[in-house]
Structure formats: structure tokens, C-alpha cells
Write a protein that binds this ligand. Structure first.
Ligand code: HEC
Length: 169
């Protein structure tokens, strides 16, 4: 029996692990930290994955084409050599499709990464807070999600939902 405190701590720790895995630049590791069914037994009753909004996806596609595709590619495949660092230690643009690890991150983390920029001092990922509204960034994320399969959607929704539960405590 998981007590309430542990139930709250697990997602927080999981989120921290995922963050540190990415922050250490382990781009080669595309295996999710927590398989979806394991998450289900911890979270209890994750609600169904919310459907994507077709209008937001369309708007997001346009914004993506204007602001993101130059680095992350129009087909979301990223730099073909994204697992290799540049000479200065910086990362190359990763894919946003199922081959990357964008889908390992919660909505809140994806929003803050895009709005405020990355935690890497040497990052080449621009911050879009001055260019795009939060709603526009959410639309881009909806467009990115539309390229994922049901498993990636379910995994990313679980991470998002559990983080929301933890922060509401
Ligand atoms: C100038 C190139 C460039 C542009 C333009 C760009 N990015 Fe990035 N992005 C990067 C790089 C490089 C990284 C790798 C992480 C880092 O260096 O901080 C990254 C990482 C990310 C990540 C984290 C992915 C992960 O798996 O951890 C997200 C999310 C992201 N970008 C979203 C966007 C969105 C959305 C846009 C358009 C609004 C965008 N990026 C435009 C270069 C770019």
C-alpha cells in the first residue's frame, strides 16, 4: 500500500530524474524512464488522454514552420546527427517526433523550455517568450503531439497528469 506522501513524491522524483537525464545530455538514451503501465499502477486512475484540438494543431503547424522547422526540420526529425554534440559542447536540434525525447517531458516542462529556453549554458535553443504567447506555444506543442503514436501520447499525458497532481498538493 503506497501512502499518500510516497504517492506524491514518486512523480516529483520521476520528473527530476527525467530532467537530469536530459540535462546531462544523454541524448542517446531514448528509452522512457517509466513505462506507461507501471505509471498507471502508481498513479491509480490517470484520466484518458485528452484529444487534440484540430484548430490548435493547424495553428501550431504554421507557427512551427515559421519558428521551429529551420532547426528541428519540417518533418520534426531534427538534426540527423542530433546525438553527437557540437565541438563547443552544445547540442544539435533533437527530433520532436517519436524518435526523440520531447514526448518524455510534461506539458509544463515543454512550455517552459520553449518559452524560457533551455537550462544548458551552451544551449542553442532560443527562448520564444518574447515572440510567442503561451497559447501559441501550446498550439505548437499540440502540433508536435499530433505526430506521436498512442503510446507516446499516453506516456506524455501520464507524466503531465502526475506532475499536475503533485503540484496541486
Ligand atoms: C536555432 C535553432 C533552434 C530553433 C529555431 C528551435 N530550437 Fe528547439 N532546440 C534547439 C536545440 C539545439 C535543442 C537541444 C537542447 C538545447 O541545446 O538546449 C532544442 C531543444 C528543444 C526542446 C527540448 C527537446 C527535448 O527532447 O528535451 C524543445 C521542446 C524545443 N527545442 C522546442 C522548440 C520549438 C517549439 C521551437 C519553435 C517555436 C524551437 N524549438 C525552435 C534548437 C532550436
Amino acid at each position: 500500500m503506497i501512502n499518500r506522501r510516497e504517492a506524491v513524491l514518486v512523480p516529483v522524483i520521476t520528473a527530476a530524474l527525467i530532467l537530469s537525464a536530459c540535462a546531462s545530455g544523454s541524448g542517446a538514451d531514448t528509452t522512457p524512464v517509466l513505462p506507461p503501465d507501471q505509471g498507471l499502477s502508481v498513479a491509480g486512475q490517470t484520466p484518458p488522454v485528452p484529444p487534440l484540438d484540430a484548430d490548435q494543431v493547424r495553428e501550431g503547424e504554421t507557427i512551427y514552420g515559421r519558428y521551429c522547422s529551420s532547426c528541428h526540420r519540417a518533418d520534426l526529425s531534427g538534426d540527423p546527427d542530433w546525438k553527437t554534440r557540437n565541438a563547443d559542447g552544445s547540442l544539435r536540434p533533437p527530433p520532436h517526433d517519436t524518435t526523440g525525447h520531447t514526448w518524455h517531458h510534461s506539458d509544463a516542462l515543454l512550455l517552459s523550455l520553449t518559452r524560457d529556453g533551455s537550462v544548458f549554458p551552451e544551449s542553442r535553443m532560443p527562448s520564444f517568450g518574447g515572440t510567442l504567447t503561451d497559447a501559441e506555444i501550446v498550439s505548437v506543442l499540440e502540433f508536435i503531439k499530433s505526430s506521436w503514436g498512442p503510446e507516446e501520447r499516453a506516456f506524455q499525458w501520464q507524466i503531465t497528469w502526475r506532475e499536475q497532481q503533485a503540484t496541486q498538493e
